[in-house]
Every structure is written in structure tokens, then in C-alpha cells.
Design a protein around this ligand. Structure first.
Ligand SMILES: Cc1ncc(COP(=O)(O)O)c(C=O)c1O
Length: 487
């Protein structure tokens, strides 16, 4: 008998639930190999090719200097040892005052506010605290990738409600019928992200009320991810779920300083809600990281308290400049041939390459007498939102993500009716074609889901980059049609 190989010997040693997590986020290949996330893949591609990275959502300039100076001062003043497990008093008070000032919510700083290591830890601790194996957690789809991972860590079932591309041009909206179907007697938590990454949708009060009603009927805890709470445009209002009638008592509200203050690497987040729920989250959080970033807490506390109004000014300026950068990128994407849903919030825009790719492939099929894509003409003729295979994304939601959102449908990046290039394939080729990096929206969907299928030709670009970077990106992207034709 042949001696066991190294892989044979390692297999029982590495066996564990991590593989369920890897599978849930699409990182486990059938051969057992663990692949990098699509974000890592695209960022590596950007680094290797020198392409402009509009894939990953972090600002390319720092947040306000006075907040950075406050952190430096805190380090110099000796705020370098473990802070209190719940967060410093000053930060908890500042978070409570912010919730009161902004939304009329009044969490008690001692029992109803917990400081976490970014929103990511708050989300993980909340799910791990409240969800048992076999329970169901409902989220929107597309969804931020850490949701699928932490739901898998809890051994729970991930059920999704699709956001549907509205025919009348209102963007991606909640599929109300699918929302009703998503809830069962096993539903334990509804996790809602608004403003929503990746679509830029800001759920309306009416949409939130639908979800709130379902949460009340099925008696579930609502966990909200509001990290983009201050980044909404054109006067669109962000409504926290906890402000809706009857919801404060069952809602954990999560946010963080990363997006609002452009310090995404500081990882200071927080969760507010009823004392009993916050105690549950704290119990888990204290054994995940114990405490969070000592010198950053006083800096964020004074920024949030905003005694001199400088934070308010900064955030208003950021919002204004992001709205202008959004318009710049959206107009450029339209010129390049994408169908764009103009986002109401966040710093992402979802662009549909279906019609563009279909047009190029259709031309080729005609011009070269046959060729590449029999279905290309369909996409081309498919109207403004053409090229998206199948119908409305919301048709089948309420589905259970089966596997690998990460590397998305198609495996080889092709697939789907007509064989036209999908978002994954396009994102892999974009750096070579025009020197720009984006990420496929399929990376935010469950593999094989109806939403993934509906989103297959859509890609996400960020506009949280300097204006000159966006101008250059647009000038490159307008050459995409020609590059695709040549390629
Ligand atoms: C929707 C959403 N939630 C949470 C996070 C992570 O927030 P933090 O960096 O505070 O952990 C992100 C970051 O991109 C996000 O887009």
C-alpha cells in the first residue's frame, strides 16, 4: 500500500467548520483548494497590472486631520493599554448623544451601547450571540460578504430577499412578496443593510415598515448595518429601523466610524439597542477581541461629540463631494456603454455591462459571419436594461444560498444564455482591456441564486477615489467598447 501523502495526513487535522464558512462565501473549490476572495483577486490584479482600483471600497485620502491628531495625542498621552471592554465612557456617551441628536434614539451609554472592532465584529458578535445551529437568518441579496460567513459560523441557514431592478427606474427595490416568503417559524434574526452595499439603495420608510411588520409578526430580532448612514445623496433620508414604531425593543443598530470619517483601517464600530440584547452581544464580543483600539476611541469620541462642529462640516463636505464624484463616474459609465442605476447612498455604483457586451458580440456575430455569441443580439436588442439573463431578480428570492457567492456563477466566468461575458469574466479582463478594476455583483450573491443570475452582467465600481483618479478611470472606460471589439 502506498504511503499516505502529505495531503492525506493533513486532511483529518484541518477538518472543521471553517470549511462550511469557506463554502458559504464561495471560497472552497470542489477539489478542496481555498481560493482568495474576489476582492483580493481583483486587488492583486490591480497591483500586478497597475490598473486603477475601483473595486475595493476605501477612500484614497485620509479622514480629517484633527481626528488623526487626536489619535496621535492619545497615543502620546498613554492611552495604549486595554480600554474598558464595553468601550471608553467618552465614546459610549458620544455614540448615545449621536443617536439622540440624529434620530431621537436615546440609548443608555452604560447598558445600551457597546464599542466593537468595526461594524464587522458587531455583526459577527450579534449573530453568534443570538443564532443557534438550524436557525434561519434573513438578509437582503445581494449582501455584504461577511454576513454569509458569520451565518455559516453559527451553523444557521441563510435565507435571502432579493432587491429587484425596478422597471420604472427607481433602482433596486425590496421584493415585498419575497420578503413575506422569507420568514418562517425558524427565523431568528433579520439582518438589514441600508444604505445598501453594493446597490446603493436606501430603503424607504415604507420598505422598512414591511420588514418591521414581518419582524414583529414572526417575533425576530432585527440587526441593522448602517455603516453608510451619513452617506446618502439628493436629500434621500436614511431611516434607522429602530425609529419605527415598536421596533426599538427588538433592534440592534450597528454602525462604525470607518465610512463616515474615512478611517476605515481604525475599525472602531458600535452597537446600540435594548440592554438585554446588548448584553448578549457583549458576552460574545469580549471573547472575540476583548477590547477595541484604545487610542482610536478618544479620537472618535471627540469627533462624534463634535463640540466645535468640525465633524459635521467634514461629513457634509464628504457627502457633497461624493455626490459629485458619483455623478462623474455614473456619467462616464453611461458614456462607456453601461446601464447604470444611480445610487442613493454608499460609495458604490452598480453598472450593467449586458447591453455593451451584447452589442459588441452581436456586431461580431454579424460582421464576421457567425461567431461568438448567438445570443448577443438579444442583449443588444433588450432595451436599456438589456443583456440581463432571465427576468426579475426577485422572482425566486426567499431562496437559500447554496454555496459559493464568491466566485460566482459560471465557474469559467462564461455561461448563461448566449454564452456572453458575465460580470466575473468582464472584471478579470477589465484591467487588461482598459486598466480599471471593478468587482462583479455576483460576489455579493449566493451561487446559483435567482438574484445572482439576474445580476450576472452587473459589476460594482466605487467612487470613493480622488476626482482625478475617477476622471482617468472614465477616460479609460470609454475605450472599453473598442477594446472589447479588438479583443
Ligand atoms: C455594508 C457594510 N457593512 C460593514 C462593513 C465593515 O465595516 P467596518 O469596517 O466598520 O467593520 C462594510 C465595509 O465595507 C460594509 O460595506
Amino acid at each position: 500500500m502506498a504511503a499516505p501523502t502529505y495531503a492525506d495526513r493533513m486532511a483529518p487535522l484541518v477538518d472543521g467548520p471553517w470549511s462550511d464558512v469557506a463554502r458559504a462565501v464561495g471560497l472552497l473549490r470542489p477539489d478542496g483548494e481555498v481560493r482568495p476572495t474576489v476582492f483580493a483577486e481583483m486587488s492583486a490584479l490591480a497591483a500586478r497590472t497597475g490598473a486603477l482600483n475601483l473595486g475595493q471600497g476605501f477612500p484614497d485620502v485620509d479622514g480629517p486631520a484633527h481626528v488623526a491628531e487626536a489619535a496621535v495625542a492619545a497615543i502620546r498621552a498613554g492611552d495604549n493599554q486595554y480600554p474598558p471592554g464595553s468601550g471608553t465612557v467618552a465614546l459610549r456617551e458620544a455614540v448615545a448623544a449621536h443617536q439622540d441628536r440624529t434620530y431621537g434614539l436615546r440609548p443608555d451609554p452604560d447598558s445600551e451601547v457597546l464599542v466593537t472592532t468595526g461594524a464587522t465584529e458587531a455583526l459577527a458578535a450579534a449573530v453568534l450571540a443570538l443564532v443557534r445551529p438550524g436557525d434561519e437568518v434573513v438578509t437582503l441579496e445581494p449582501y455584504y460578504d461577511s454576513y454569509a460567513a458569520v451565518i455559516a459560523m453559527a451553523g444557521a441557514r441563510h435565507v435571502t430577499i432579493g432587491l429587484v431592478a425596478d422597471e420604472a427606474g427607481a433602482g433596486f427595490r425590496l421584493d415585498v412578496a419575497a420578503a413575506a416568503r422569507a420568514f418562517t417559524d425558524r427565523t431568528r434574526v433579520l439582518l438589514v443593510n441600508s444604505p445598501h452595499n453594493p446597490t446603493g439603495t436606501v430603503l424607504t420608510r415604507a420598505e422598512l415598515e414591511v420588514l418591521a411588520g414581518l419582524a414583529r409578526v414572526h417575533d425576530v430580532v432585527v440587526v441593522t448595518d448602517e455603516v453608510y448612514e451619513h452617506l446618502t445623496y439628493d436629500g434621500v433620508e436614511h431611516v434607522p429601523m429602530a425609529t419605527l414604531p415598536g421596533m426599538a425593543g427588538r433592534t440592534l443598530t450597528i454602525s462604525s466610524s470607518g465610512k463616515t470619517l474615512s478611517f476605515t483601517g481604525w475599525k472602531i464600530g458600535w452597537v446600540t439597542g435594548p440592554a438585554e440584547l446588548v448584553t448578549a452581544v457583549r458576552t460574545v464580543k469580549q471573547f472575540l477581541t476583548y477590547v477595541s483600539g484604545a487610542p482610536f476611541q478618544p479620537a472618535i469620541a471627540s469627533a462624534l461629540a463634535d463640540a466645535d462642529g468640525r465633524t459635521g462640516e467634514y461629513v457634509a463636505g464628504l457627502r457633497g463631494s461624493l455626490a459629485a464624484r458619483r455623478d462623474l463616474l455614473c456619467e462616464g459609465l453611461v458614456r462607456a456603454g453601461f446601464d447604470v442605476v444611480v445610487p442613493q447612498g454608499t460609495y458604490f455604483v452598480v453598472a450593467d455591462a449586458g447591453a455593451l457586451v451584447g452589442e459588441v458580440e452581436g456586431d461580431r456575430a454579424v460582421g464576421r459571419g457567425g461567431g461568438i455569441v448567438p445570443g448577443g443580439g438579444t442583449a443588444r436588442g433588450g432595451g436599456e436594461r438589456g443583456g440581463v439573463a432571465g427576468g426579475r431578480p426577485g422572482d425566486v428570492p426567499g431562496g437559500v444560498p447554496g454555496g459559493r457567492p464568491g466566485d460566482v456563477p459560471g465557474g469559467d466566468g462564461r455561461g448563461g444564455p448566449g454564452g456572453s461575458i458575465d460580470g466575473v469574466e468582464l472584471c478579470r479582463r477589465l484591467p487588461g482591456l482598459v486598466g480599471v478594476v471593478a468587482v462583479p455583483v455576483g460576489a455579493f450573491c449566493a451561487e446559483g441564486s435567482a438574484v445572482a443570475q439576474a445580476m450576472r452582467s452587473r459589476v460594482r465600481f466605487t467612487f470613493v477615489k480622488r476626482e482625478e483618479v475617477l476622471v482617468e478611470a472614465v477616460s479609460r472606460l470609454v475605450g472599453l467598447r473598442a477594446a472589447l471589439r479588438a479583443g
